[in-house]
Design a protein around this ligand. Structure first.
Ligand code: FUB
Length: 344
């Protein structure tokens, strides 16, 4: 919700009606990517900070500089802040805006995947490694070759291969890569976007190399179709992909979930393999307080959980968000029951 529309909100009442409270309140956290490693929940969020950069539709005021990893023994336990895991000043290729990260584990090494703007102003995706799930992480000197845009989400398939899903339009720059090269000319979030009656821009997926440090292939489009198998159109803003990819598997199916950005929904689409196509199926989360919505889904002790964020603690500041958790349920057809983040 844009900041100008929140003046009328009674935040004390809203916070009482919220279905979940912030996991931590001593710092602002967002974009939670949750995983269970060694029987414990680890959450890899963005670390939101106050910024002197003015608000714009490219998200320039999201000026994050480091990451902290949160851990929880169970969904009901207290979340522990494990301190600074990685700082932008220690990443040789990165300049600013450490946005939504994710993590993976392979053979006892933990990999933190993160987007940041390089010194030329172009978003790239980097990797940093650690023997501990909470870091500190040591960054690779260069970003992943051929990476671009934002919001990496890394999924480990049953056959032991790993896939990175990524991309985000507007400030995430995905639309500037539609020709395969970065188009630097022109300003504003809407430049280079398809027309409303053209297919929407797609999130990307690339299989990772065995050492998880590079792409093993050129990124491919994640096609989301309507019920008739046609690509969702760019004008279908309440269903088309905007940013915040996530992948999980339920009952043998692949669930690709994402944010619709300017319409503020978290939606999902179902496919039968990691590359798709995925058929649009429904909404997971109705709009939260704050412009952005971002999530992850993970299973713990045979129950499923949605990790998400909102700006209720900061009373609506779009760039000062708080990570939350709530249970997620499926119906007998494998459809996710839509969650409304505040009770009436
Ligand atoms: O946190 C900065 C950006 O806001 C993320 O990369 C997007 O997904 C949105 O949550």
């Amino acid at each position: 919700m844009p900041e100008e529309n929140i003046a009328h909100i009674d935040f004390d009442s809203l916070n009482k009606r919220a279905i979940s409270q912030p996991l931590v309140t001593h710092l602002y956290t967002a974009d939670p990517s949750a995983h269970v490693f060694n029987g414990k929940i680890y959450i890899y969020p963005s670390h939101d900070v106050e910024s002197t950069v003015p608000f714009d539709d490219l998200g320039s005021h999201f000026a994050m500089e480091d990451y902290h990893v949160l851990s929880m023994d169970s969904p009901d336990s207290e979340a522990v802040d494990n301190g600074i895991a990685l700082q932008v000043k220690d990443v040789p290729w990165a300049d600013k805006q450490m946005w939504a990260p994710d993590a993976a584990e392979k053979d006892g090494t933990y990999y933190l995947f993160f987007p940041a703007k390089a010194h030329d102003g172009i978003f790239r995706i980097g990797v940093a490694t650690s023997p501990s799930p909470v870091g500190p992480f040591t960054p690779q000197p260069q970003a992943i070759e051929g990476s671009f845009s934002i919001d990496p989400a890394v999924y480990k398939n049953d056959d032991g291969s790993y896939y990175m899903y990524f991309g985000g339009i507007w400030g995430g720059q995905l639309q500037r890569w539609s020709s395969g090269e970065f188009k630097a000319e022109g300003e504003g979030p809407l430049i280079y976007l398809p027309q409303d009656n053209e297919p929407a821009l797609c999130a990307k997926v690339a299989k990772l190399s065995d050492d998880l440090l590079q792409f093993a292939e050129a990124p491919k489009d994640i096609l989301i179709t309507d019920e008739d198998g046609n690509p969702l159109l760019a004008g279908d803003t309440s269903r088309r992909f905007f940013e915040a990819s996530w992948m999980h598997r339920y009952n043998g199916n692949y669930y690709f979930s994402y944010s619709t950005g300017d319409t503020h929904f978290i939606c999902y689409a179902i496919g039968d393999n990691p590359y798709g196509p995925f058929k649009y199926t429904g909404r997971i989360l109705n709009p939260v307080i704050g412009w952005t919505s971002h999530h992850s889904i993970c299973e713990f002790n045979n129950k499923w959980y949605l990790f998400y964020h909102d700006s209720s603690l900061s009373k609506g500041a779009t760039h000062l968000r708080s990570v939350k958790i709530t249970e997620l349920t499926y119906d007998e057809n494998g459809h996710i029951q839509t969650i409304t983040p505040y009770n009436p």
